[in-house]
Design a protein around this ligand. Structure first.
Ligand code: 1GP
Length: 253
């Protein structure tokens, strides 16, 4: 199994109060011309990581997308798999997600048992991540595909206890997600409650459309911000979003 570089960099940043910005690339939605633009802008904006994945991934673009990224940038590529087929050794790491907000045994442990022997010998850095779906006001693909109920948007206490349980089970990170294209992103009150209750890094995504919201989220306690949908629509947003997230590390609370 590979080294621990990616996780160490996330953890170290958290300890130093630094914030990370991630661009999510869904291989199903990528158009080649746009991908080049996204990569160029990500380079100049100092994007910290790419997450690569989607709930379906219906085409065979995964390797092609990873190849193009590697040719253009040094930004690490972390797989964010919607299912066990989304695996490629061209990436640098993988979020080994357990859907701890749901009660679907397959997504809590079942798929993991099947993929474990492949992952154990893979060169990818495997990062165990407690994945929590939060209601984002519309039924997103991930909610439908996972056949689980999301945590209600106003139930900060349920989110907090779920994240705590994930940490106590030994997960290395918590990812709170309202789902791609969510109508309502996760509230700052929930981010504040959860981040105060755990010591491991907190990733937040789903429906973040403005640099202001990205900034508010990191101020509320998110360590890593993930944006996909808004950037697919307007790649220029990468510059302002990354600046807002990175700026938050230096400004007073
Ligand atoms: C989805 O958290 C990610 O899993 C990003 O969501 O595509 O809405 O930015 P968006």
């Amino acid at each position: 199994m590979n080294n621990n570089n990616l996780y160490s960099s996330i953890l170290e940043a958290k300890q130093q109060g630094k914030k990370k910005f991630v661009v999510l690339i869904d291989p199903d939605n990528v158009r080649l011309g746009k991908l080049d633009k996204v990569l160029e802008l990500s380079k100049s904006a100092n994007v910290d990581y790419f997450f690569i994945g989607g709930s379906l991934v219906v085409n065979d673009m995964l390797d092609m997308v990873l190849g193009s990224i590697k040719k253009t940038t040094d930004i690490p590529m972390i797989l964010f798999p919607g299912n066990s087929f989304q695996l490629s050794y061209k990436a640098d790491g993988l979020l080994f997600l357990s859907l701890i907000s749901g009660r679907n045994a397959e997504l809590l442990i079942g798929k993991h048992v099947i993929s474990a022997p492949f992952l154990k010998i893979s060169p990818l850095e495997i990062m165990s991540t407690g994945y929590m779906l939060i209601d984002g006001g519309i039924s997103t693909t991930v909610q439908y595909m996972s056949n689980t109920t999301a945590i209600p948007a106003n139930k900060d206490d349920i989110a907090l206890c779920t994240a705590m349980a994930g940490e106590l089970l030994g997960m290395k990170m918590i990812y709170m997600d309202a789902g791609s294209g969510a109508m309502n992103p996760i509230s700052t009150s929930m981010i504040d409650a959860v981040s105060s209750a755990i010591d491991i890094p907190l990733i937040v995504g789903g429906g973040i459309r403005t640099p202001e919201k990205a900034y508010e989220n990191v101020k509320a306690g998110a360590d890593v911000i993930v944006v996909g949908d808004a950037i697919e629509k307007d790649p220029q947003l990468i510059i302002e979003m990354a600046a807002a997230v990175h700026e938050a590390e230096n400004s007073p609370a």
